[in-house]
Design a protein around this ligand. Structure first.
Ligand code: ATP
Ligand code: MG
Length: 444
């Protein structure tokens, strides 16, 4: 294991001043399993004021001094440095009542949630591993430090952290730990929506998301109760090999690990159970499910306080996931003009995940590649797809005598006419087209 230069230097500086210091947590876990840590955290016997003295003159952020944390900005990246501490009680099940600074690294490691994240490392002293984290890492096991029920009672967010780590690392949750997660799941009620959202998003973006979602469907269903009707909902349809839940899970694992895509895929069919009908041949149908999925998804996204932007992107994909693109370039341009290139490409990814997740004809995605080719061709043509590209603007409409909302409506109608190849995109042709429409309106 090798420390990056900036972390080694900070450890050396603190130790030169007499304060024992270690690399700790996720960076130790990731280095030991041969992955590149995304950041390095240190913990130290120095109190915050003592750290400030050691790093006087350097760039320091007082991130959480009361909790003993300070961020040192170095050329190698930010370093989070925290005083050895034990957490006080957790009477509200989410925030420690207070922190107590402690003298020994082992006492600091004991407050951490999982053994694989409760190890520290030092360039000379080597590994400090009082809870068997290294063995668990080798065996791919996620195990709570100490009594699992007590740990989840202290901070229920750890239940979702476990699912996130299972999804990210592909680890098995040790059975006692998994049983305690289930016993304590109702404590998630007191966790702030934003924190639930962040853990779920991290979980959804993990490499092993399918396994984690299948194994912990009940835990996910506790925080997203709208999804529980999907569990075991048989589709009774030759196009589908799996129930609605497993189909959605498999589809989620198929799309790129980007939060909006993963969330959209998870939610795209959540309205299916409510829409299910079975015809006389015994075939299941789900007419109108995208709109119902959208409605349920909107409730979830609002409750979890998603940004308006992410929410709009997800809802668009959920609502349109089943809508055909149409066979003609005209229809493609129309859709493209409505939703833009980026959303169009998202939609292609969603449709691909959906088809592959059906599990019946995995080879049947050639048409999606064709669609992508057509999209690229249409984009290369530099066709007129937005109001900005029209050869007339609002002033021209004003000169024709239009005002208020009629201006925007006319411009949109002209754009549709250009896309549908009913008129050229020239000033003359568009003005003529607008006049004709106004006369029509007049005659009505
Ligand atoms: P990641 O790769 O996701 O950053 P990580 O293990 O570094 O994984 P962080 O959330 O960055 O996770 O937390 C850093 C360390 O702090 C963890 O390894 C763990 O030891 C400890 N920790 C973080 N959150 C909690 C918590 N809610 N309860 C107990 N320990 C925690
Ligand atoms: Mg981390």
């Amino acid at each position: 294991m090798r420390l990056p230069e900036h972390a080694a230097r900070a450890i050396a500086q603190l130790e030169a001043a007499g304060f024992e210091t270690w690399a700790v947590g996720g960076c130790v876990r990731d280095s030991l399993r041969g992955a590149e840590p995304h950041d390095w955290d240190l913990c130290t016997a120095a109190r915050p004021a003592q750290m400030q003295t050691v790093f006087a003159g350097e760039r320091v952020l007082e991130t959480g001094l009361r909790h003993g944390t300070l961020t040192l900005l170095t050329d190698g990246g930010p370093l989070e440095i925290t005083t050895f501490r034990a957490d006080g009680g957790y009477s509200d099940g989410r925030h420690p009542d207070g922190v107590r600074f402690v003298g020994r690294i082992e006492d600091d490691l004991a407050r951490r949630d999982f053994t694989v994240g409760a190890m520290a490392w030092h360039p000379e002293r080597g590994l400090c591993d009082p809870f068997g984290g290294r063995d668990d890492l080798q065996n791919g096991l996620l195990r709570a430090v100490g009594d699992p029920d007590a740990r989840f009672q202290e901070d229920a967010l750890r239940i979702l952290r476990a699912v996130r780590f299972a999804s990210k690392l592909g680890f098995t949750v040790e059975p006692e730990t998994a049983a305690a997660m289930r016993r304590q799941v109702a404590r998630l009620d007191c966790i702030a929506a934003e924190r639930v959202r962040e853990e779920l998003t991290g979980m959804l973006c993990g490499r092993f998301v399918q396994r984690a979602l299948m194994e912990f469907a009940d835990v996910i269903g506790y925080v997203l109760p709208e999804l529980t009707p999907m569990f075991g909902c048989n589709q009774q349809n030759p196009h589908h090999r799996y129930d609605v839940w497993e189909h959605s899970v498999r589809a989620t694992g198929q799309v790129p690990a980007e939060p909006v895509l993963r969330w959209s895929m998870l939610l795209h069919d959540c309205g299916k159970p409510a829409c299910k009908t079975v015809d006389e041949k015994g075939i299941g149908h789900f007419y109108g499910h995208p709109a119902v999925s959208r409605e349920l998804a909107e409730g979830i996204l609002t409750r979890l306080r998603f940004s308006n932007e992410d929410s709009a992107r997800i809802l668009l994909l959920v609502e349109q996931h089943d809508r055909p693109f149409g066979d003609t370039d005209k229809l493609l341009r129309r859709r493209l003009s409505r939703i833009g290139e980026a959303r169009f490409r998202d939609l292609l990814a969603i449709k691909k995940g959906d088809v592959v997740g059906q599990g019946t004809h995995p080879g049947d995605i050639a048409w999606l590649y064709d669609m992508e080719q057509r999209l690229n061709r249409v984009l290369a043509e530099d066709a007129c797809l937005s109001l900005r590209q029209l050869a007339v603007d609002g002033n021209d409409m004003g000169a024709l005598g239009l005002s208020g909302p009629a201006v925007g409506e006319m411009l949109q109608a002209l754009l549709d006419a250009v896309i549908d190849e009913q008129t050229d995109n020239t000033r003359e042709a568009l003005l003529a087209c607008a006049r004709a429409r106004m006369e029509e309106r007049h005659d009505e």
